[in-house]
Design a protein around this ligand. Structure first.
Ligand SMILES: [Zn+2]
Length: 345
């Protein structure tokens, strides 16, 4: 890739790849079953080796943040998937937390079964593509998207994972997958006459980074803030703009980056990609990004302990028994006894 190419916007690169793949998918539709089989049989093995999947072989990352607005009124009108906001209150779109398995379901869709795409869209949402097949920057109340576009984007996500898995193992990645991303590439990444131009693995990584930038840019993921009344605090969270494509882009990037998922740090209050070697926090449990780390965790635990101690002393002052307080605060009677021993009735 030369400098001029790197300077192209993600949208231009997406558009070029889209045109190239369009003809490829038309070819598939005319009976390239062995090629259809290719993407997934190869996927299972290599995604497991690269540890993109969990111990059950499932793809996807938990996203403890953000929402997607999913239409209820979605149907197939060949060759389109059509959606609108419905006619009654019961048809109104639902605000859903993105599910962990959404990427795993999505990368199977390119094999081109309209019913499977419809089931997926009803469960997770539509891609929200504009009239040209490009992911929209905003949520659209009604519209339609060509089923081929779904196949194209699903196949492309699959190609990203296949290449990422190969690169992890020090390999260039399958030519079929590179062809999906950019049909003008020579997937053997040969040396060129210009010695300063990268070749081999470093060239493959450079092109791959450029592909990831396309996903990041089209995902248009931003940050927003909301009030969490249960915790009586402001919480920053990822803003997907209610769009499923943004969720898919983020899950794909997290998988390639080998993070366990996206969580909100209770220290700095920012969303962070949690390293896999750290244990996954239970819902509602405090957790911290690597930057805030153990120190913030200890400080937090100390604050929590002090607050419970204050509560215990107050209840004791109001005449509650030590056993009663222990039960209420989920502490042992010995701990509560220790907390209140200096307090006189
Ligand atoms: Zn933090």
């Amino acid at each position: 890739m030369d400098i001029a190419e790197r300077g192209q916007s993600a949208e231009t690169r997406y558009r070029m790849a889209f045109c190239a793949l369009h003809s490829q998918i038309m070819g598939l539709a005319m009976g390239g079953d062995h090629i259809r089989q290719y993407g997934l049989s190869m996927a299972h093995k290599d995604w497991d080796i690269a540890e993109f999947t969990d111990s059950h072989g499932r793809l996807g990352k938990p996203l403890d943040t953000g929402k997607v607005l999913v239409h209820r009124s979605i149907r197939i009108q060949e060759p389109y998937l059509v959606w609108d906001s419905g006619k009654t209150n019961d048809d109104e779109p639902r605000d859903l937390k993105p599910s962990k398995g959404v990427l795993g379901d999505f990368v199977k869709l390119w094999q081109g079964n309209a019913e499977a795409i419809l089931r997926f869209a009803r469960k997770h949402g539509v891609l929200m593509l504009d009239e040209e097949g490009k992911p929209s920057s905003h949520w659209i109340p009604e519209g339609r998207e060509h089923l081929e576009w779904w196949c194209f984007i699903s196949r492309r996500a699959c190609a990203v994972l296949n290449i990422a898995a190969a690169l992890v193992q020090g390999e260039l990645g399958p030519a079929e997958d590179w062809n999906v991303i950019d049909s003008s590439l020579d997937a053997s990444f040969p040396k060129s006459k210009n010695r300063s131009t990268p070749h081999g693995l470093s060239a493959a990584r450079m092109h791959f980074q450029s592909e990831l930038e396309v996903w990041a840019e089209l995902g248009r993921i931003t940050l927003s803030i909301r009030r969490d009344n249960r915790r009586n605090a402001w919480v920053t969270e990822i803003d997907f703009g209610s769009r499923l494509f943004a969720v898919l882009a983020l899950q794909l990037l997290l998988t390639v980056a080998d993070a366990d998922g996206l969580y909100n740090c209770d220290g700095c209050k920012l969303p962070y990609a949690r390293p896999r070697q750290l244990k996954r926090p239970k819902p509602g449990q405090s957790n911290f990004c690597p930057q805030c780390g153990r120190q913030a965790a200890l400080r937090h635990a100390d604050l929590r302990r002090k607050s419970r101690m204050r509560q215990a002393r107050q209840l004791y002052g109001e005449g509650m028994s030590v056993v009663g307080i222990a039960d209420r605060l989920k502490a042992t009677p010995a701990t509560v006894g220790h907390w209140v021993k200096l307090v006189r009735r």
